[in-house]
Design a protein around this ligand. Structure first.
Ligand code: NDP
Length: 293
């Protein structure tokens, strides 16, 4: 069994980012990312903190906008309009989920597609569906695809089963993997909570992707011998033996399935590492587009 770790692959992405960054800086451009956080969700705050730290490490311009939980929709739209107009900002990310009273789709629609480095604006999702590489693909699915490419896993002609159909992960990854580019050309099936006999379906997968949000949901009964397993899930479970009283696990029961797999991603240390790396790569690409480089 081969372990597909996120760290070395993310480092390769950062190395590319740095090369591109230096080229931009030499031409007088500094990539800038704005992250908007509404409310005080601890997990969202932690994700935003990691993004800010990575921007600083790379020497990028970074802006964090923190808004109170009860921020009205109009105020959030004003903030987005300000960032759209700000020439120092090349990428805008609104940390999801937003508090329940806010309409996420309406907010995403306000982001300039050229700055939508999270890849969730309909223009970018449309480009993804059209195999138009000038758009931005969502970061987590791009990270999964990059892990497959870097690990030398053949996706062309592979039977890929993705469990989960969210726009953020499952549905977008399906578009990427059925696309005609590198890491694509797969035959993709997307499963969800209404899928019948899930295990029979997933046992057909050469590459199985779990993006469900249920700890250890995927067990040995779901996996064909020799399959490649990508675990997108990040779930915090109680563990009295852990220093914090809890720990992170994936949607796959790693210990129970690892001996059946040709390759598998761990949690933590797998896909999660890639999401921020792809965000940085998208932001630098947005800056290059604007600079015409
Ligand atoms: P969502 O809750 O938006 O989607 C979950 C999907 O799983 C839905 O399509 C749902 O089906 C499906 N599902 C739920 N129960 C079952 C079931 N019993 N059988 C089959 N399918 C089921 O979650 P996300 O896509 O946003 O996230 C998925 C996981 O990935 C989470 O653990 C999340 O924390 C993690 N994540 C990790 C990231 C990273 O950087 N590594 C980034 C983003 C997410 P239905 O549509 O029918 O409800």
């Amino acid at each position: 069994m081969k372990l597909i770790e996120g760290k070395p692959i993310a480092e390769a992405v950062y190395a590319e980012c740095l090369t591109s960054f230096e080229e931009l800086r030499a031409a007088g451009h500094l990539p800038g990312l704005a992250v908007v956080l509404v409310g005080d969700d601890p997990a969202s705050r932690a994700y935003v903190g990691s993004k800010e730290r990575k921007c600083q490490e790379l020497g990028m311009h970074s802006v964090k906008i923190e808004l109170p939980e009860d921020t009205p929709q109009d105020r959030l739209h004003e903030v987005i309009a300000g960032l759209n107009a700000d020439d120092a900002i090349h990428g805008i990310l609104v940390q999801l989920p937003l508090p329940g009273h806010l309409d996420e789709d309406a907010v995403i629609l306000r982001i300039d597609p050229a700055k939508d480095v999270d890849g969730l604006h309909p223009v970018n999702l449309g480009k993804l569906a059209m195999d138009d590489s000038t758009g931005f693909a969502p970061c987590t699915p791009s990270g999964c695809q990059r892990m497959l490419i870097e690990s030398g896993i053949e996706t062309s002609g592979a039977n890929v089963v993705i469990v989960g159909r969210s726009l953020l992960v499952g549905k977008s990854l399906a578009l990427l993997m059925m696309g005609k580019g590198e890491g694509g050309n797969s035959t993709v099936t997307v499963a969800h909570s209404q899928t019948k006999d899930l295990a029979a379906l997933t046992r057909e997968a050469d590459i199985l992707v779990a993006a469900i949000g249920i700890p250890h949901f995927i067990g040995p009964e779901h996996i064909k011998d020799g399959a490649v397993v990508i675990d997108v899930g990040i779930n915090r479970i109680e563990d009295t033996s852990a220093p914090k009283g809890s720990r992170l696990v994936g949607d796959v029961d790693f210990e129970a399935v690892k001996c059946k797999c040709e390759a598998i991603t761990p949690v933590p240390g797998g896909v999660g590492r890639m999401t921020i790396a792809m965000l940085m790569a998208n932001t630098i690409r947005a800056c290059r587009h604007r600079a015409g480089i």
